[in-house]
Write a protein that binds this ligand. Structure first.
Ligand SMILES: NC(=O)c1ccc[n+]([C@@H]2O[C@H](COP(=O)([O-])OP(=O)(O)OC[C@H]3O[C@@H](n4cnc5c(N)ncnc54)[C@H](OP(=O)(O)O)[C@@H]3O)[C@@H](O)[C@H]2O)c1
Ligand SMILES: C[C@@H]1O[C@H](OP(=O)(O)OP(=O)(O)OC[C@H]2O[C@@H](n3cnc4c(=O)[nH]c(N)nc43)[C@H](O)[C@@H]2O)[C@@H](O)[C@H](O)[C@@H]1O
Length: 329
């Protein structure tokens, strides 16, 4: 078990995954499976466990699993996740499940002597009207966006828990805060999904049925930054190796578009040439959340996908996996 005090951000000697037992929590999810793909190139032992064998909300079972399996490294990518409507509709689960999963996993990792843990949060941790682009130090400087404050509070608690174990015990636990992600393995359930899978599916089904229009939620004016999940996984792998410090690190592209611009691009990629109409009965959410990624890029990381290429890749995955993709909750 690590002991000692560490309150400052610092760079360290690269952390080596060689011969380590690496646990990916949430390995079947979009991000977890992308991390698993990244780990295929590493000389390490991959540990995974399905939710049906280990519900991460159950503290005693999580502790017992860590004591038995003794992972050296943890990527914490398990969470209750969803788009704006799911967040707004299920505040209890978004708060409770996420608090339970992260407190159980982070504490069990500490107790069982895990050498390094990376916790995944989200850009929704920042105030609704944070100055743009949003730097890491904007955390807790203002009120949260109401549609996802429950999830945001849980994610803030997770990153604070990593900081607390680092400060009190010297545990090498770090946190990454990705922007909106998309790509292979995404959730295409229209009631629960994020905007990119929703629009890819709507445009795809409209093209197939010959519909004349698709509807986008809200006004179409909010701006969002989107990162392909393989870029997110490469950033997370990079941080695991080169970063150790108290502060969380933003993960994004540093570029954003309006939802209407996104919808036009999606229709182009899918080949749907009908109209795009807005549905003002649905929420817009935060007006803009563009991340300042200078801290991450200073470590030498860059994204590989532009938005168009990323959408082409996501659509190819959806077309070839439609029968088995997550289309309903
Ligand atoms: N998607 C985004 O746009 C986005 C953006 C920023 C940050 N992130 C962060 O990235 C992480 C992963 O998100 P994702 O998009 O990959 O979500 P996802 O596709 O829904 O995957 C979530 C994973 O967590 C597992 N899980 C959920 N509850 C569990 C429980 N009680 N016990 C055990 N496993 C449980 C799920 O297991 P099953 O496979 O059994 O359901 C699934 O494997 C999250 O921390 C999220 O906050 C995502
Ligand atoms: C990364 C995630 O971001 C989430 O916020 P947030 O960017 O608004 O998440 P999304 O659900 O991706 O929505 C982004 C924007 O796209 C609009 N939008 C337009 N059409 C659609 C549609 O068909 N489906 C969806 N889902 N949106 C749509 C939506 O109103 C919002 O302004 C948070 O709720 C989570 O907590 C998480 O942090």
């Amino acid at each position: 078990m690590n002991k000692g005090r560490d309150s400052g951000a610092r760079r360290i000697m690269p952390f080596d995954l060689k011969n380590k037992r690496v646990f990916v929590c949430g390995h079947r999810g979009m991000v977890g499976s992308a991390i698993v793909r990244q780990l295929a190139g590493e000389d390490c032992e991959l540990l995974t466990v399905g939710r049906e064998q280990l519900d991460l909300r159950e503290q005693a079972r999580v502790r017992a699993w860590f004591d038995a399996e003794k992972p050296d490294v943890v990527f914490l990518a398990a969470a209750k996740v969803g788009g704006i409507l799911a967040n707004d509709s299920y505040p209890a689960e978004f708060l409770y499940d996420n608090l339970a999963i992260e407190t159980n996993v982070i504490d069990a990792a500490f107790r069982s002597g895990v050498q390094k843990l990376l916790f995944l949060g989200s850009s929704c941790i920042y105030p609704k009207f944070a100055p743009q682009p949003i730097a890491e130090n904007a955390l807790l400087t203002g009120s949260l966006e109401s549609t996802n404050e429950w999830y945001a509070v849980a994610k803030i608690a997770g990153l604070k828990l990593c900081q607390a174990y680092r400060r009190q015990y010297g545990a090498d636990f770090i946190s990454a805060m990705p922007t909106n992600l998309y790509g292979p393995g995404d959730n295409y359930d229209l009631a629960a999904s994020h905007v990119i899978p929703a629009l890819l599916r709507k445009a795809h089904e409209a093209k197939r049925s010959g519909a004349r229009e698709i509807a986008i939620w809200g006004s179409g004016t909010p701006r969002r930054e989107f990162l392909h999940v393989d870029d997110a996984a490469s950033a997370v792998m990079h941080l695991m190796k080169v970063y150790s410090g108290m502060d969380h690190v933003n993960v994004g592209t540093g570029e954003d578009v309006t939802i209407l611009e996104l919808a036009n691009l999606v229709c182009e990629v899918v080949g749907f040439s009908g109209a795009i109409v807005t549905d003002p009965s649905k929420p817009d959410g935060t007006p803009r959340k563009l991340l300042d990624i200078s801290k991450l890029t200073a470590t030498g990381w860059r994204p590989r996908y532009g938005l168009r290429d990323g959408l082409v890749d996501a659509y190819q995955w959806f077309e070839s996996n439609e029968p088995t993709a997550r289309l309903t909750a």
